[in-house]
Write a protein that binds this ligand. Structure first.
Ligand code: ATP
Ligand code: MG
Length: 362
């Protein structure tokens, strides 16, 4: 899916912004504070209900406004079909989400329509930090790759919330265990979907690493979140005392992790910061490869300040690969945009837009 037009008001310093991105490459240039990252955040927010910098509405709702509105006109390049999505959010918390002129009840309807991926200056957190970031990464791919994933995940969360609530109020064993079958059924299915996806992802990561002569042998391993010598239902039974002590369920796919190994050692222990950044971009490119395998088609890839993350050659390579695979890229940079990308705009294979005070110029 491609964005034909995007409009934003009441979002950070964006007010009355209307943007018509290029189907391939759009460069957003402009001085510090002109609103480049805000444009990418606003697109991300429309597809997910939060931004890649913050989940707090008060951070991105314009200081002097009581509401924000975001709207996108989308086009599917495979069949030319057009779609519209819109979000309005009031300071008092009211949210309205529309997809093709109908009210939508969850952001998954928008996310399904517009797969958005953000490559941001702190993307190395994927390697460096705890498992939560990696679960989110994995689940982005599973969500787009498998139509059932969201529903299975929701059912699992519902059962988990109920079991944890029972643990918190020291309910009887019978009551706590009554949630185990639902948790085990949905959790095992969730884990299977993740495992299937991570295997395909691992193949693409290997290919991607080889294609740039990345000097490490890359492996991915999905850890399910419970002791694999037992089924999830057994683990929930045998670990009940621990869960009672912790007053929460500490086994299950909500504790999963995706281990990223370079030459058999965890990448975060082994690789330099720069190598970690290159690797993170390889992981994202591999995820975009999976999207093509799953016939989801193309994504909208937001590259915020790529030049501050990667050296010019690597930054150019990443954008080049995104474009070669047919995805739409929106790339920001104050002074760090590689020349090769600027050249694409001069010969009409891309569009450069100068941001000034939250407005878009030519
Ligand atoms: N809630 C808000 N309401 C109004 N303005 C805001 C809000 N949050 C941030 N801003 C302002 O919005 C402007 C745009 O910020 P943004 O991060 O998009 O700039 P940028 O062009 O990406 O800059 P840089 O080159 O430094 O990355 C900044 O001047 C910032 O102070
Ligand atoms: Mg910025």
């Amino acid at each position: 899916m491609l964005i034909n037009q995007f409009a934003a008001s009441g979002f950070r310093n964006l007010d009355g912004l209307v943007l018509e991105p290029h189907p391939a490459l759009t460069l957003l240039t402009g001085s510090n504070g002109s609103g480049k990252s805000s444009v990418l955040e606003a697109i991300y927010c429309l597809a997910s209900g939060h931004t890649f910098r913050t989940r707090r509405v008060r951070d991105y709702l314009s200081f002097d406004q009581d509401a924000l509105t975001l709207a996108a006109q989308l086009r599917d390049p495979r069949n030319g079909s057009e779609h519209r999505c819109g979000l309005s959010r009031q300071r008092d918390g009211e949210v309205q989400l529309r997809v093709d002129f109908e009210t939508a009840t969850s952001f998954s309807a928008v996310a399904r329509l517009m797969p958005v991926k953000a490559l941001t200056p702190d993307s190395h957190r994927l390697i460096e930090q705890g498992p939560e970031e990696r679960r989110r990464f994995l689940d982005w791919g599973c969500f787009h790759g498998s139509p059932d994933f969201m529903e299975v995940w929701r059912r699992y969360r519902r059962a988990l919330t109920q079991r944890n609530e029972a643990l918190r109020r020291h309910a009887s064993d019978d009551e706590i265990n009554s949630w185990n079958p639902a948790l085990a059924t949905e959790g095992s299915r969730l884990s299977e979907l993740r495992l299937h996806y991570s295997k395909n992802l691992a193949l693409h990561v290997k290919k991607r690493a080889q294609s740039i002569d990345f000097p490490f042998h890359m492996e991915l391993e999905m850890r399910s979140g419970w002791d694999q010598s037992e089924s999830l239902e057994e683990a929930l039974g045998t670990r009940l005392e621990t869960h009672r002590r912790m007053r929460t369920t500490t086994d299950g796919p909500h504790r999963a992790d995706l281990l990223v190994r370079a030459d058999k050692t965890l990448a975060r222990q082994h690789l330099s910061r720069g190598q970690q950044k290159v690797l993170v971009h390889l992981l994202h490119l591999a995820q975009l490869d999976c999207l093509r395998d799953d016939t989801v088609g193309t994504a909208i890839v937001l590259c915020d300040d790529l030049g501050s993350e990667l050296d010019a050659d690597n930054a150019e390579h990443v954008v080049d690969q995104i474009l070669t695979a047919g995805h739409q890229a929106l790339v920001t940079g104050a002074s760090s945009i590689p020349d090769a990308l600027l050249d694409r705009c001069s010969d009409h294979r891309g569009l450069a837009i100068q941001m000034r005070g939250g407005k878009a110029g030519a």
